[in-house]
Design a protein around this ligand. Structure first.
Ligand code: BJW
Length: 225
């Protein structure tokens, strides 16, 4: 049995119509990243941040999983492999493609979090600044997303899976954001084979043993086949 850790990023959902972060038409051209993806940005202007994520949630709900999500779901249900599927994405396209378990290290558009008491609950499609936390009753509701300066989720589990793996595959991520950008170095340190599947060379492309460049809907099903 091959133990595979797969990390996905925004590029895998690009052909489902969801915008990536750092492309020429990336999200941050419309919104300054520090205005929407930091706790300080939320404190400054919660209405702008909730509106930004309401739009992202609506786009994700309207999108459909593509051939790359489906190929990974097939791989993850193939008994010849033990797949740990880790995503930086906050959409649910891996789950809707049929992946049995997905580790969302940057949280989810479909979760809500109280900025005051840290209570979590399913997010409504439209979050408003007047929404009250169901636990503490304060109007401090935010999306359950990991912003800059916050600790990504499930790090111990991901690091343990990387230590046990035979192969690490990075798909559709630019390699700009840590700690995910450091997984390839962790894998190399553990002596694990590494593979990059991305539209173009990522920032850390040279650290991978092998790289295949092209659109995810072509290169991911080809790799899985
Ligand atoms: C295709 C394709 C197609 C397109 N087919 N491919 C200085 C040095 C090092 C680190 C730091 C530093 N200063 C600060 C930090 C830490 C900071 C960080 O990394 N900053 C960098 C900007 C330098 N990181 C953090 O703060 C993180 N927390 C943290 O570090 O906690 C402390 C800690 C310590 C020790 C251990 C563990 C933790 C938190 C990071 C949170 C990231 N949050 C965001 C936004 C919120 C989510 C949301 O709104 O959706 O998450 S940022 C944004 O970037 C989002 C993404 O998940 C993340 C990664 O982006 P991704 O997925 O790579 O997308 P793109 O657009 O960058 O790339 C897409 C790629 O796809 C491209 O290469 C395309 O070519 C490709 N592509 N079409 C195949 N069809």
């Amino acid at each position: 049995m091959t133990r595979i850790v797969i990390l996905t990023g925004a590029g895998i959902s690009a052909e489902s119509g969801l915008r990536t972060f750092r492309a020429a038409d990336g999200l941050w051209e419309d919104h300054r990243i520090e205005d929407v993806a930091t706790p300080e940005g939320y404190d400054r202007n919660p209405g702008l941040v909730l509106q930004f994520y309401n739009e992202r949630r609506a786009a994700a709900a309207a999108a459909e999983p593509n051939a790359a999500h489906k190929a990974l779901a097939r791989l993850a249900t193939d008994r010849r492999h033990q797949v740990t599927l880790v995503t930086q994405n906050v959409d649910d396209l891996h789950e809707r493609a049929g992946a049995p378990e997905v580790i969302h290290m940057h949280g989810s558009l479909f979760g809500a979090l109280c900025a005051r008491c840290r209570h979590r609950w399913p997010a409504p499609m439209v979050m408003r600044t007047t929404d009250l936390c169901p636990d503490c009753g304060h109007a401090t509701c935010r999306p359950d997303i990991v912003w800059f300066g916050e600790m990504p989720h499930h790090m111990e589990r991901i690091e343990a899976a990387l230590r046990r793996a035979d192969l690490f595959v990075s798909i559709g991520t630019s390699g700009n954001v840590y700690p995910a950008a450091g997984f390839v170095a962790d894998a190399r340190h553990a002596g694990i084979e590494t593979l990059e599947l991305n539209l173009e060379p990522s920032v850390g492309s040279r650290f991978f043993d092998r790289a295949v460049h092209g659109p995810a809907t072509r290169i991911v099903p080809e790799w899985v086949a």
